[in-house]
Design a protein around this ligand. Structure first.
Ligand code: NAP
Length: 278
């Protein structure tokens, strides 16, 4: 039996245990002997990160995920960080091998994998990213890796937007220039989520995008997604990103993945679970 978990602050209501435990159950069908039983639980820091780190060391986990606000502060505790996590400046997955903590970032790759699962290949596309926080940084790092044609950034605080563009120091990453036609819009701001229900980061009327992506997953359909649908655009909600981040984390921990049909049925279950939550 191996133990896994999620560290963060104020994360009692995270969906991660539900998703990871479903993925564990599916794995067990493949190899009950090799895989054994696994557990996935929440480790809430209650604002004391150092105490949490000591607790994690005592728990002898085989790996864990990291969420806000510790995706950056975990890095100083790691023996190594993979190149994408290093570029994103944030780690959301740690594997523990012979007591060595190795950091990865599956945030952006989860988004790109989720989009390709729905038939959208980002290579060669022109993307507008709304927001310039931690999620935007991880997503932009992965979009570059996935060879998009260009990435424009629009942020409420212009200086934060500029800093993010400067951080990547790439001709493909620029601040948003109003007039250009773009293929994909990705919202990484919290607008429309639980902290600002009913709000939208942009009015899509008169704008030219073929694909509208919102990384918010609660509600499953934000006002942005609903407007995109009403305008006949292709829309993608944030639950796929969350789900495929977990899939990629388990891929790192176990070195192999489940079949598409198995992932599809677990994703359906997770979607129904979220839809039925208050
Ligand atoms: P963050 O680091 O705090 O960044 C938030 C960004 O949104 C900043 O650029 C901020 O702009 C902007 N913003 C905040 N409030 C705004 C408002 N009222 N109007 C316009 N812009 C606003 O947060 P994060 O970690 O990037 O996460 C952002 C969202 O993505 C959260 O809702 C989170 O739940 C979601 N998320 C989803 C997934 C998933 O798996 N689906 C993964 C990661 C995050 P300023 O610079 O102007 O403050």
């Amino acid at each position: 039996m191996s133990h896994y978990g999620l560290i963060g602050n104020n994360i009692q209501y995270s969906l991660s245990p539900f998703i990871h435990n479903r993925l564990f159950e599916a794995r067990k069908k493949h190899s009950p002997i090799i895989d054994g039983d696994h557990t996935y639980q929440i480790f809430d820091a209650n604002h004391d990160f150092n105490r949490l780190i000591n607790q994690i060391k005592r728990e002898k986990l085989a790996g864990f995920n990291v969420t806000i606000p510790y995706k950056e502060s975990i890095i100083s505790h790691l023996a190594a960080v993979d190149p994408l996590a290093s570029l994103a400046g944030a780690v959301n997955t740690v594997s523990i091998v012979e007591n060595q903590w190795i950091g990865y970032n599956t945030d952006g790759r989860g988004l790109v994998l989720g989009l390709s699962y729905r038939g959208l290949v980002v290579k060669g596309q022109r993307v507008l990213v709304l927001g310039a926080g931690g999620a935007a940084r991880g997503i932009i790092a992965t979009l570059l890796e996935a060879e998009v044609s260009s990435i424009e950034v629009h942020n409420r605080n212009i200086d934060n937007g500029k800093k993010l563009v400067e951080f990547f120091n790439s001709p493909q990453v620029t601040l948003h220039a109003e007039s250009k036609a773009l293929d994909i819009l990705i919202n990484t701001t919290p607008l429309g989520g639980p902290t600002s229900p009913g709000e939208s980061p942009i009015n899509l009327e008169g704008k030219y995008f073929r694909h509208v992506v919102d990384i918010i997953y609660k509600p499953l359909e934000t006002p942005l997604i609903l407007q995109g649908k009403a305008l006949g655009l292709k829309t993608y909600g944030g639950l796929d990103m969350l789900f495929f981040q977990a899939v990629l984390a388990q891929d790192i921990w176990f070195g192999w993945d489940l079949e598409r049909s198995e992932l599809a049925s677990i994703l359906e279950e997770v979607t129904a679970y979220v839809a039925n939550q208050p």
